[in-house]
Write a protein that binds this ligand. Sequence first.
Ligand code: F0G
Length: 479
Amino acid sequence: MRRCWAEPFKIKMVEPIRTTSLAERQRALGAAGFNTFLLRSEDVYIDLLTDSGTSAMSDRQWAAMMLGDEAYAGSANYYHLEQAVHRFYGFKHLIPTHQGRGAEHLLSRILIKPGDIVPGNMYFTTTKAHQELAGGRFHDVIIDEAHDPESEHPFKGNVDLDKLESLIRAAGASRIPYLSLELNVNMAGGQPCSMENIRASSELCHRHDIKVYLDATRAIENAWFIKQRERGYADRSVASILLEICTHADGATISSKKDHLVNIGGMLLTNDDELADEARNLGVLFEGLHTYGGLAGRDLEAIAVGIAEAVQDDHMHARIGQVEYLADRLLAAGIPIVRPTGGHGVFIDARRFLPHVPQQQFPAQALAAEIYLDSGVRSMERGAVSAGRHPDTGENIMPRLELVRLAIPRRVYTQAHMDVTCESIASIYDERRRIHGLRMVCEPKRLRFFQARFEPLRDAGSLCIASRRPDGAASSNPS
Ligand code: F0G
């Protein structure tokens, strides 16, 4: 018989959360322009907007914060973090940054010349924006299966080596500064790359003198999937798999706000002495001196402890296990989600959930709004709004994946929170025909999904299924 598992921790401190009435949620959503990013968190019941910076730190991390050495230069905490990075990632140089996009900015500025092309296995919003800001163009080389939410391919984050090779042939290796290789690809649904593919992509690039930089933000979760799914790795520790992944790359950018179990921080890692010097120098302008990079000493110390906790197999088992628990419940309720279940959350396929809403009317954005109205659960659009506009033509990009992401913060919510979330979505699914699309009425120039505002295409009441229920309130969050 398959035995249950449980989290490898117990809860020492709790943070109250507030339930709200339907009328309060309607008011809050209207004020937020139907964009869940613009809600106040005090109006949210279960916050699945992101797994970024939302982890619960351990008692050891909080204790480590008391050991902050707040020296402007040469803080002891920097050297502790450097030791952790050497031990668990193996790269030679550490340049701390305030968060992941700080590292992306430095790397893009140093390596990309105007007109360059940067291949990547699907895009991430901030990564692509920094590549474009530096004058480059992103080119997608992920396997086709990644764009198909129903494909059961176990490594949907993989690079399509033929696509990469054709690009090198067509553009010329000198126009390609590096391969941007994201692990556990966020926009594809938290989908991993196999070790075999990481190795082969790296060999192909290095044969052409093209560097390989990982987006290792969720590399530890990727290592867990390699252990689960790739032949030869079942008996290996997550930590040893992580180290092996990193041997194939020249460096990495990391947002510590995910895998590393902290609320802020990031880093650029590299084996390249020259690039490290340049990044340390440029970092002074944008981040802070190279031994703190925009972070307090206490933050550096919490990251060092967080990395050591994150690579524990039992932590990863519970972390991914909770995501799988929610996914399995949603599947049992017939909800169309991206398969196989990914690492940091469950992604609802809004195209199949709302087949009657055309993509120009932002079905994923409308569904995220509806889920909030129903139960106060906050999710995020990952579809046409996030994809933005084409940098040359200005046309809206219409990606094949039109998703609502339920990202699960690490060590924060219980199984009961997952049950409430599932019940809310299942009840909306029963009445999905009543959901209408949205019109964008305010569109910021950059990364528009953060601050865009919308209006319902029909009156707001028609968007809100919950208001049509006899009790006029959400089933799962009565108040
Ligand atoms: N790379 C990936 C794969 C990410 O998911 C993120 C952030 C970043 C880079 C940028 O890091 O936020 O520390 O500057 N993702 C968040 C999310 C915002 O919700 O997925 P950052």
